[in-house]
Design a binder for this molecule. Structure first.
Ligand SMILES: Nc1ncnc2c1ncn2[C@@H]1O[C@H](COP(=O)(O)OP(=O)(O)OP(=O)(O)O)[C@@H](O)[C@H]1O
Ligand SMILES: [Mg+2]
Length: 434
């Protein structure tokens, strides 16, 4: 028994295990505060407001790089891909050039040069570490969100019981976590957000705070109703009903990382990506267009501010690729019954080379292929190569098709027998000459 052990002067087993826990870290990770506290954090470290691409790029760069010369070319090796977190279990070797182009794409996206509007497609032969790269990025982001450099914050609504917005179900309590883990600065209405950021001096010389987009439908609903309740007093809504807390990215808890895997058509529809109606709550709230009666728990929803991975993306039904196009190009998704909702996430797909080539040869998938061809430099190169090879092939076919008539018309005719001469220089065919 535990008490007997204590009498012997030895520590209880439970105490020995408890001593291993890092309480300071726990307190740090479960930080909660007011909006005012959060503004102080942003003023000190504006990087907490980075978008998903900026965060992923900074995470990779944060591990450091090594430069080396190979075949007279300067190459960069990113330490991130050595998987030091797990002692090199998922380390990637010999792929420095493709990894460099991947990091370049992430860098361009983080600076808003265009790739942020594309799906990043990893393609290559079977067993060429596509899944491993995706796994490394997801794992890395989980760990990064637990470090001071990679910390990020979100909010939850509180004290909703008295407002009548919490619903009749007592189990719901009076707390409503933001379902898409939004950036708290999105609570400042878009009309005066940029001005507020400038006046409060939230940006510094290293990082300019820029928060785009609006709240998700559920938070917008609560915000609007609370604003009406306080006759438009924004400060009261924020002080009385908003708590900011740290967001810990976790694939298992479905926070900041989503994974979508193709299944058979009957078991899969687009609600898996953008969320579904909660039929139990329709009875409570009376309408299926009430955002409180909707689960914003699709893969795009939960992956907001992180990464969504599409495993074997080209095996997906075409219907899913339309959602993917909107999500990548517009950074918006369309949950059933609600307006378009802003998302901020890195969309990563992977596929093997055979599927990728099949896609390029499939005319009915051409629009998607064109969109993807702009996604990464590798893809663009592949596309250019394909176009060139198509040109070559068509030239070859055209020349083959035209060989006989043109050759006949151009090649000299044999004088005595008027048959086509075998050689271009001679005007008499071999049989007549002999
Ligand atoms: N360049 C590499 N360096 C180290 N390990 C590698 C490399 N390429 C592949 N591997 C190893 O090979 C195994 C298969 O890799 P992985 O599953 O990531 O490949 P894949 O490209 O996703 O394959 P598939 O097309 O079958 O999905 C993993 O254990 C991975 O660690
Ligand atoms: Mg794989």
């Amino acid at each position: 028994m535990a008490t007997d052990v204590s009498k012997d002067g030895t520590k209880r087993h439970i105490d020995r295990i408890a001593a291993m826990q890092d309480y300071a870290l726990y307190r740090d990770l479960s930080w909660e505060g007011t909006f005012e506290d959060y503004l102080d954090i942003v003023r000190k470290r504006p990087q907490v407001t980075r978008n998903a691409f900026q965060r992923v790029y900074d995470m990779i760069i944060g591990y450091g790089t090594e430069e080396y010369i190979d075949n007279k070319k300067k190459l960069v090796r990113y330490n991130f891909f050595k998987d030091e977190l797990e002692g090199g279990r998922d380390a990637i070797f010999g792929l420095d050039i493709p990894l460099m182009s991947l990091v370049h794409v992430l860098r361009a996206a983080s600076e808003g040069f265009g790739p942020e509007k594309r799906v990043i497609l990893l393609h290559g032969p079977v067993g060429s570490s596509k899944s491993t790269i995706a796994r490394l990025l997801k794992k890395g982001l989980e760990h990064y969100s637990r470090t001071p450099d990679g910390s990020l914050y979100t909010f939850r609504w509180k004290n909703l019981k008295d407002t009548g917005l919490a619903g009749k179900d007592a189990a719901d309590g009076d707390i409503f976590p933001c379902p898409m883990h939004e950036e708290p600065l999105r609570l400042i209405p878009e009309a005066w957000r940029a001005k507020a950021i400038a006046e409060l001096g939230l940006s510094n010389e290293h990082f300019k705070v820029k928060v785009d987009g609006d709240l998700d439908p559920a938070c917008r609903f609560l915000f609007k109703h609370l604003l009406d309740r306080y006759q438009g007093d924004w400060a009261k809504v924020i002080e009385n009903h908003v708590t900011i807390h740290r967001m810990l990215v976790s694939e298992k808890d479905r926070v900041g990382i989503g994974t979508f895997q193709p299944k058979d058509e009957k078991n899969q529809d687009s609600t898996e990506l953008t969320g579904d109606i909660n039929y139990r709550k329709i009875a409570e709230y009376g309408s299926d267009s009430d955002p409180r009666a909707f689960n914003f728990d699709g893969e795009f929803n939960i992956a907001n501010r992180g990464i969504v991975e599409f495993v074997e993306v080209l095996k997906l039904d075409v219907a899913f690729l339309y959602d993917l196009l909107g999500a990548s190009q517009e950074h918006k998704i369309k949950p059933k019954k609600f307006s378009q909702t802003d998302i901020d996430e890195v969309i990563l797909g992977h596929t093997n080379e055979a599927e990728y080539k099949k896609l390029l040869n499939n005319d009915s998938w051409r629009p998607c292929a064109t969109a993807r061809s702009r996604s990464t430099s590798r893809t663009s190169r592949a596309c250019r190569k394909r176009r060139a090879s198509t040109r070559r092939t068509s030239t070859r076919i055209a020349s083959r098709a035209s060989t006989s008539p043109r050759t006949r018309s151009r090649s000299p005719r044999c004088g005595p027998c008027s048959r086509g001469s075998k050689t271009r220089r001679s005007t008499t065919c071999l049989c007549c000459r002999s």
